[in-house]
Ligand binder design. Structure first.
Ligand SMILES: O=C(O)CCC(=O)C(=O)O
Ligand SMILES: [Fe+2]
Length: 517
């Protein structure tokens, strides 16, 4: 699939350019063919008109007699040849070649891109109408969506049984249609989806009104007729039950049931992504910004500018740790190897793709390029930890709405097989490199401690995932918020326990676990 990484989407533009070229050539060929036919039609017509002035005189002329016969034999064969000449196979062959040899999105991509858009809509509280105007947070980025574009978003949501977004986008399609001179979609189609999703959202009365509207346009629409009867029956039942005094069965008259509501911490997480939650002033005032020097507990070679983002658990931001040339190398090497990022199924231990982690990633080895080795050495210098047991560098690119929902980087006790094959213990620490600035969205957030990190090209975040005892630090639960605009590239260097024994002596102190992760 291509929608999961922005890098792949860029290639789609090359595909589009080839398709445009083929399409224009095809149109030109068809136009040439039509021009020939028009010329024939013109000759036929002018000769016929001349003959019609006086039919007897015309046919009495031997030359006319000859040309008439010729026109209807040899010439007409040409016309028939032209009419039946099918130009499409050649061009279809070209199109098939492009589809097979260039990057081409699938129906799943369309669905993924639509879901991503609705995710952004929820997370960043974007108005459907302003999105349709091509605006993101009040900034106009792209051209407007047509009624048909909105309709397709609604249809994709419908296919995912997401009736909340179906309603939002079908309503938008309907209001856009009112303003379209050349209608891009049929109102009856919109009304049918809108009525059914409204019913699914619990508003039977409105669903009935919409169905009646649809029947005004298409009085014999079979499904609408059936639904009308059904909705009327349902409403009747409600009236009767009310009369019986049983008001407990009142239908939900709420057409704005938002998905995900009630899921633990979802709202808070989204608030963090929007940048609405910040550390308290008291906590902020304790954090420092300074240069790492020889007195710092971290082993040190270069004086990196370090910022404390949180204290207990400690989260540090190192600025300007990656050079632009290193970032370029990492991106260039990773791009051709990108695969959809996977997550470990906690029950089976198998790696699988998931809606909650949408990005593309690749792994780079130190021995593949000096820059990769340099980066690894730098991580060791900054953190004072050994890289001997660290994982390879994981490079990640997020596409439209790409994200990674709240998670821990360490393996929990109940997780089957996690890191077992590595034989290096758990992920003691994470270094997260930011390889791009992100225009809007795409923060790394730690909901349990109200920390939001905004991507800054060349910077790296560092934290320990484990307490000195080896237990996971639940406060380090974090997420990559959906990217709203821009391209987000990051790299992860996960450092493991094995080999750190003398570098970070463990203690048996148990952490204070009196909070909910
Ligand atoms: O991209 C980010 O901001 C965080 C990524 C992350 O948490 C991960 O890959 O484990
Ligand atoms: Fe993570």
């Amino acid at each position: 699939e291509v929608f999961t990484a922005l890098a792949d989407l860029e290639e789609l533009l090359q595909t589009e350019s080839s398709l445009i070229y083929t399409l224009e050539n095809y149109i030109r060929a068809e136009e040439e063919k039509l021009d020939y036919l028009k010329r024939y039609a013109h000759i036929y017509k002018s000769q016929y008109e001349k003959a019609a002035e006086d039919v007897q005189v015309y046919v009495a002329n031997p030359i006319n007699a000859y040309t008439l016969v010729k026109r209807l034999t040899a010439d007409w064969k040409e016309v028939e040849n032209l009419i039946t000449m099918d130009l499409s196979p050649d061009y279809m062959e070209n199109i098939t070649y492009i589809k097979e040899n260039m990057k081409f999105p699938t129906d799943e991509d369309l669905n993924g891109a639509a879901v991503a858009l609705t995710r952004l809509q929820d997370t960043y509280r974007l108005e459907t109408s302003s999105l349709a105007r091509g605006e993101l947070n009040g900034i106009k980025y792209s051209s407007e969506l047509s009624a048909a574009d909105c309709f397709e978003l609604g249809r994709q949501s419908y296919n995912n049984e997401d009736y909340y977004h179906t309603q939002l986008w079908m309503r938008e399609a309907d209001s856009r249609l009112n303003r379209e001179a050349n209608e891009t979609v049929g109102r009856s189609d919109i009304l049918e989806y809108l009525a059914f999703s409204t019913y699914k959202q619990g508003n039977i009365r409105l669903a009935l009104d919409l169905t009646n509207k649809l029947l005004e346009i298409l009085p014999t629409h079979t499904r609408a007729l059936g639904n009308k009867v059904y909705y009327e029956d349902e409403l009747q039942k409600i009236v009767e039950e009310k009369r019986k005094g049983d008001d407990g069965s009142e239908a939900i008259q709420n057409d704005e049931i938002k998905p995900n509501d009630g899921v633990h911490g979802r709202e808070f997480y989204e608030q963090m992504c929007r940048g609405e939650i910040t550390l308290s002033d008291a906590k902020l005032s304790k954090l420092k910004c300074r240069y790492l020097n020889k007195n710092h507990p971290f082993l040190l070679i270069a004086p990196f500018k370090v910022e404390e983002a949180h204290h207990k658990p400690d989260i540090f931001i190192f600025h300007d740790v990656l050079a632009d040339s290193e970032i370029a190398t990492i991106r260039r090497m990773a791009q051709p190897r990108f695969r959809r990022a996977t997550v470990q199924n906690t029950d089976t231990g198998e790696l699988e793709i998931a809606q909650y982690r949408i990005s593309k990633s690749a792994w780079l080895k130190e021995e593949e390029h000096k820059h990769i080795a340099d980066v690894s050495q730098r991580v060791s210098d900054i953190t004072g930890l050994t890289m001997a047991t660290a994982e390879e560098l994981q490079v990640v690119n997020y596409g439209i709405g790409g994200h990674y929902e709240p998670h821990f980087d360490f393996a929990r006790k109940d997780e089957l097989n996690a890191f077992k094959s590595l034989g290096t213990g758990n992920r003691i620490a994470t270094v997260l490199f930011y390889m791009t600035d992100v225009e809007q969205g795409g923060a790394t957030v730690f909901p349990s401690i109200s920390v939001t990190l905004w991507p800054k090209k060349g910077a790296a975040a560092f934290w320990h995932n484990l307490h000195p005892s080896g237990d996971g630090d639940k406060m380090t639960r974090h997420a990559a918020c959906p990217v709203l605009t821009g391209s987000k590239w990051v790299s992860n260097k996960w450092i493991h326990e094995r080999g750190q024994e003398f570098l970070r002596p463990c203690t048996l102190d148990r952490p204070n676990e009196d909070f909910v992760a």
